[in-house]
Design a binder for this molecule. Structure first.
Ligand SMILES: Nc1ncnc2c1ncn2[C@@H]1O[C@H](COP(=O)(O)OP(=O)(O)OP(=O)(O)O)[C@@H](O)[C@H]1O
Ligand SMILES: Cc1ncc(CO)c(N)n1
Length: 276
């Protein structure tokens, strides 16, 4: 096809491989909204369809590994991907298929958000799949972003304080992830502190903890913002700082919809930067 190259804009491209949240606050929907807000062209490969809203997850319909692979190849063969993130992967079969595709395309800016359970308790990753995640996906990972319970599950040890967090980060790096971010949303204290480990040094990033019911999709949104930064060429620490500012604004300005745990506000970050 003839294309006028002068009219084509160069744009950073990001792919999310994750589950669909019909309620629009988490999963694929949160990722695409976040990519858009951060100036990145968003694409998706859906791993599972959930029937979900602010009250919880009512049903989960996983897709076949082949369906996931075909979506990834459709995007990778034609459009190209500057950075990719994974969210809900559900089964070891899907994890193996995704790892194979990442290897096939040689993608290196790979963010793995090891989603395991929804905030209401629904299972988004089968227990037996944890080994596939650590063994097959983490060796291909640039940044893994567990919350505290996920870091405990992945390492098999409990996290009580800062020393335990650092030990868990070392263990996750030992599986092959180049950077580890252990998120502090599930901690206590006046600040939500995220811990970055680059394989040698630790850096803490703190934000004011907001007392709110609007935390549906915080993890998805944070890792999507991180992925958008990497797609645009930011280094991991800069992308993390931008992602933290993005999620902070999105939580502070949570949207009052639904009867349960409300979503964050994906346009709050850009709005806060507009001239008044
Ligand atoms: N109440 C809060 N106030 C401020 N920041 C928060 C709050 N809760 C979470 N965060 C921040 O949001 C980001 C996501 O962290 P969190 O630990 O909530 O992820 P998660 O548990 O994986 O989310 P999800 O349940 O959506 O998967 C982190 O940067 C964390 O510090
Ligand atoms: C589809 C999906 N992915 C991730 C999460 C975790 O927030 C969720 N609730 N739903």
């Amino acid at each position: 096809m003839e294309m006028d190259i002068h009219s084509r804009q160069q744009v950073a491209r990001a792919l999310t491989i994750a589950g669909s949240d019909s309620g629009g606050g988490a999963g694929i929907q949160a990722d695409l909204k976040t990519f858009q807000e951060l100036g990145v062209y968003g694409m998706s490969a859906i791993t599972a369809v959930t029937a979900q809203n602010t009250l919880g997850v009512q049903a989960v319909y996983p897709l076949s590994p082949d369906a996931v692979i075909q979506q990834i190849h459709a995007v990778g063969d034609d459009i190209g991907v500057d950075a990719v993130k994974t969210g809900m992967l559900f089964s070891s079969e899907i994890i193996l298929a995704v790892a194979e595709a990442i290897r096939h395309f040689g993608w290196t800016k790979v963010v793995v958000d090891p989603v395991m359970v929804a905030k209401g308790g629904a299972v988004l990753l089968q227990e037996e799949a944890i080994r596939a995640l650590t063994g097959k996906l983490l060796p291909l990972t640039a940044v893994v972003t567990p919350n505290i319970p996920e870091a405990e599950q992945l390492t098999g040890s409990s996290i009580r304080g800062k020393a335990d967090k650092e030990e868990a980060a070392r263990r996750l790096a030992g599986f092959g992830a180049r950077y580890v971010i252990i998120k502090g949303g599930h901690d206590e204290g006046a600040e939500a502190v995220d811990l970055l480990f680059d394989g040698r040094y630790f850096t803490e990033l703190a934000g004011k903890r907001i007392a709110t019911g609007h935390t549906h999709g915080t993890g998805c949104t944070f890792s999507a913002a991180l992925t958008a930064g990497l797609a645009r060429g930011l280094e991991v620490e800069s992308a993390m700082r931008e992602a933290k500012a993005f999620i902070q604004a999105a939580i502070e300005d949570g949207i009052k919809i639904g009867g349960g745990r409300g979503p964050t506000n994906h346009w709050a970050f850009q709005r806060s930067r507009l001239p008044r």
